[in-house]
Design a binder for this molecule. Sequence first.
Ligand code: TMP
Length: 212
Amino acid sequence: NKESSNSRGALIVLEGLDRCGKTSQSGRLYKYLDEQGHSVESWRFPDRNTGVGQMISSYLANKSQLDDHAIHLLFSANRWEKRSLMEEKLKSGTTLIVDRYSYSGVAFSSAKGLDIEWCKAPEIGLLAPDLVVYLDISPEKAAERGGYGDERYEQLEFQKKVAGSYLSLRDSSWKVIDATLSIEDVEKKLREVVLDRMMTCHKGKPMSQLWP
Ligand code: TMP
């Protein structure tokens, strides 16, 4: 609504374990911002609509097997193929709410035992988020939520390792929200941190690249 024509959008990333509520929260946040008259889009990774995304989808559904390094690079390539569009959108003033990003890439692959620095390398040069929100839930609690689906990583023992990887990736710039609060309370906290960061971006916070 009050965005001047030369102000940029914000790159907002939501991260967390499977079943933490990220997808519903990013949907609710998108709807709210859109209704408030902001220019906003809802994105997610993996983006299963591209050729690379279809390979990832088939891997996640256990319909194909891939070396751990190879699938890691596909997830990264899936972000690279969207990078220029992402930059264009942000520069033209559109805020992007992104469900998973490079942190998922590193957390899930390093949970399999891959070297963390090796995992981070292909992400170098992607756009750095203006805000990372971590929806915090224990793997046990997440598992209780209507159960996991049939996808490859949706298993308690593996999610415990992913939680550990996320913990080593987190830094003080991340906003951590207790994902066990009610949907409405999580939504309210999320709106606050996002609106605040959108404002700093409109005011000219420079864009940067991974890993800052
Ligand atoms: P989704 O359930 O959010 O669509 O994500 C599918 C799975 O892929 C989820 O278990 C997290 C995992 N993942 C990675 O392993 N690496 C990545 O880079 C991304 C974006 C997701």
